[in-house]
Design a protein around this ligand. Structure first.
Ligand code: MSP
Length: 639
């Protein structure tokens, strides 16, 4: 039997510009949709816009256009953003489309006929800004408890949905279905809310007050109020009351992804509406947390709203996608800062992944003429077995992690393979094998295994970083049809030998932060003295030593001794020329932590500028580079 997967995001209000909160839900939904397609589920991914309501009406009036023109204009901002964030939604629903309004009308008619709706006069405190009524006990000194603006006493006739009658059923349903509302904290919140008596839901507004909405089919003087209109998008988009086969293919929805602020509307309003309509419940409603920005609440008035377009321009789409899902456990609140993002990009993407790809391709070029050799009997049995197991069991682990919406854990699982890949290179040292003719087959096996690891990583990365996966496949010299159900059908050994690799630009260039140039200090020159003079601590402290991470290395042309290194020292990447080529091959030292003199005056060696010096043991010949036992961050001072 073919499994199906239907996932939705909230439909976004068009009176706001898209920000990181909108991007977050939509990217998370996209990762799940891509993953399910890659594992062979028939997938439908829906997003869209919520276009009715007083705020849109007002915004349109302010611009002197009619609301439809206004929304037609704004909606493209969302659609364009989804394109630049590589969102693979199958449909985009707008609540002003007739396919939607038609379904809202039919549902309202049916509910009225079945006695689920009634008309009543309602009196209460109304907040114009939040477009909602409050009870006497809610309001604070005549102000709205939410936005603190003055509320006004309003008495009007409206239509109501008999929501309260579903309360006992809902409590029972939630208790019997642990996966229904997630995470657990949110489920408990909803159960807490349902401890109170559940009132009926006002679903209309008189047209005299709000005209930009869907008219009630049985009372033309009224329009439906936001939620009774908006929530229906989840079924109007899949042809509810239209094409039954389509509807039955997708409903019930697998996951409604929402933010924590719209938990009640989804878990109580929507579920009771569905129950009244006689429809099945969503399998899961998952509410994620909110982002603050540099420790502060994000708001227009603070001027700290994060524009996803700007993030894409600055960091690239995949780095942004990766960061949002790696940084905080889905479901919890978290803080967004550029510095946290730069740190992750540099260490996890540029360093871990970038180096793995770069070194592997360089070695295929150097030791195999750019053509991937066939697999040979393994030499490094244990590690290869560990890698094969990590790769082979990955689908089950990703199924579990992504099934639980633990995106950060899923990424950790994948990074285990990245780490193993880097360890494999270190341990099997192809540069040494290349010097020994009797090790030809071993070398070929190592190179081929490296390619196989990278092939699997492209598949694992794809849901999270689709453009990176495409670019990696290209550099590996292969075409991968990601729209095919590759995870679950492909086995170890899938990478075709004989492929010509096509090393390209680094996938994740390191992000340079402002360098803090140390004051150059001229050192006393002890050369020529046979006796080594003693120096005071004040002299020693003039030498600034730092831990550096070698991110690139290549031979200096026409020199037997010199290598040109790029060394990351935390705040910047330095070019350092080192006389270590007799001891180390370039590939061998990429990724190594070394100790450098950071405040040495720049000098030229064989015409190549060196901005510092790496420390090594040995007198005439280098015997070994100085390193550090623990995994200390690049840039750490050495004292
Ligand atoms: N139109 C309604 C949803 C109707 S669904 C049938 C709506 N729209 S919204 O545009 O205001 O919000 C959309 C989503 O953005 C919500 O899920 C909300 O939680 C999310 N976010 C808004 N600010 C956010 C953060 N600062 N951080 C994370 N998500 C946030 O509500």
């Amino acid at each position: 039997m073919k499994s199906t997967f239907y996932i939705t995001t909230p439909i976004y209000y068009v009176n706001d510009v898209p920000h990181i909160g909108h991007a977050y839900t939509t990217i998370a939904a996209d990762v799940l949709a891509r993953y399910h397609r890659l594992t062979g589920s028939q997938t439908f991914f829906l997003t869209g816009t919520d276009e009715h309501g007083q705020k849109v009406q007002q915004a349109a009036e302010n611009q002197g256009v009619n609301p439809q023109t206004y929304t037609d204009n704004i909606v493209t901002r969302f659609q364009d953003l989804w394109k630049s964030l590589a969102i693979s939604n199958n449909d985009f629903i707008r609540t002003t489309e007739s396919r939607h309004t038609k379904v809202v009308h039919e549902i309202l008619n049916t509910l009225l006929k079945n006695g689920d709706l009634y008309e009543n006069t309602y009196e209460g405190w109304y907040c114009l800004f939040d477009e909602r009524f409050w009870t006497e006990k809610d309001i604070v000194d005549g102000n709205c408890p939410d936005c603190h603006r003055p509320v006004e006493q309003i008495k009007e006739s409206n239509y109501f949905f008999r929501m309260g009658r579903h309360r006992d059923w809902l409590i029972e349903y939630i208790n019997a279905h642990p996966d229904f509302i997630r995470p657990d904290t949110r489920r408990n919140e909803v159960l807490g809310f349902l401890q109170q008596p559940l009132g009926d839901l006002c679903i209309s507004r008189p047209k005299s007050r709000l005209s930009w909405g869907i008219s009630l089919p049985f009372a033309e003087d009224y329009v439906t109020y936001v939620w009774f209109d908006a929530l229906v998008n989840y079924i109007s988009a899949i042809s509810y009351l239209g094409d039954d086969t389509t509807f039955k293919t997708w409903w019930p929805v697998s996951v409604h992804l929402i933010g924590k602020d719209i938990l009640t509307t989804h878990s109580v309003y929507w579920t009771t509406m569905l129950h009244a309509m006689g429809l099945e419940m969503p399998r899961t409603i998952f509410a994620h947390g909110w982002w603050t920005v540099d420790g502060e609440k994000m708001s227009k008035s603070r001027g700290n709203v994060v524009d996803p377009n700007a993030m894409v321009r600055e960091f690239g789409v995949d780095a942004f996608r990766y960061f949002l899902l790696r940084e905080i456990p889905f479901g919890q609140d978290g803080d967004f800062s550029k510095s946290a993002m730069i740190q992750r990009v540099n260490s996890e993407l540029a360093n871990d992944v970038g180096n793995l790809l770069n070194r592997s391709l360089t070695m295929i070029e150097r030791f195999a003429g750019g053509i991937v050799p066939p697999p040979r009997p393994s030499q490094d049995g244990d590690l290869e077995r560990e890698i094969k197991e990590a790769v082979g069991g990955m689908k089950d682990r990703l199924d579990m992690r992504l099934g639980a919406l633990e995106f950060h854990r899923a990424i950790e699982e994948i990074w285990r393979v990245v780490e193993l890949g880097n360890q494999y290179i270190e341990r099997s040292a192809p540069w040494k094998l290349a010097k020994d003719h009797t090790k030809k087959e071993t070398l070929e096996n190592v190179l081929c295994t490296q390619m196989e690891i990278l092939y699997w990583l492209t598949l694992f990365f794809y849901p999270f970083m689709p453009q990176t996966a495409e670019a990696m496949a290209k550099q590996l010299g292969i075409t991968i049809h990601f729209s095919n159900p590759l995870l679950g059908t492909t086995r170890w050994g899938a990478f075709p030998s004989g492929t010509t690799v096509a090393k390209g630009k680094p996938l994740f260039p390191r992000i340079e932060t402002q360098p803090t140039q140390p004051e150059p200090v001229v050192l006393a020159d002890p050369a020529g003295t046979s006796e080594v003079p003693l120096i005071g601590i004040e002299d020693f402290l003039k030498v600034q030593l730092k831990i550096g991470n070698v991110v690139a290395a290549e031979a200096v042309p026409k020199s037997k001794k010199l290598l040109k290194l790029r060394v990351d020292i935390g705040t910047e990447t330095r070019q350092i020329v080192a006389g270590i080529a007799t001891k180390y091959a370039p590939e061998e030292i990429i990724g190594k932590r070394v100790v450098i003199v950071a405040n040495l005056k720049p000098a030229k060696l064989m015409g190549v500028e060196s901005q510092g010096m790496v420390l090594a043991a040995g007198d005439r010949e280098v015997e070994g580079l100085l390193s550090v036992l623990e995994s200390v961050e690049a840039g750490t001072k050495v004292k």
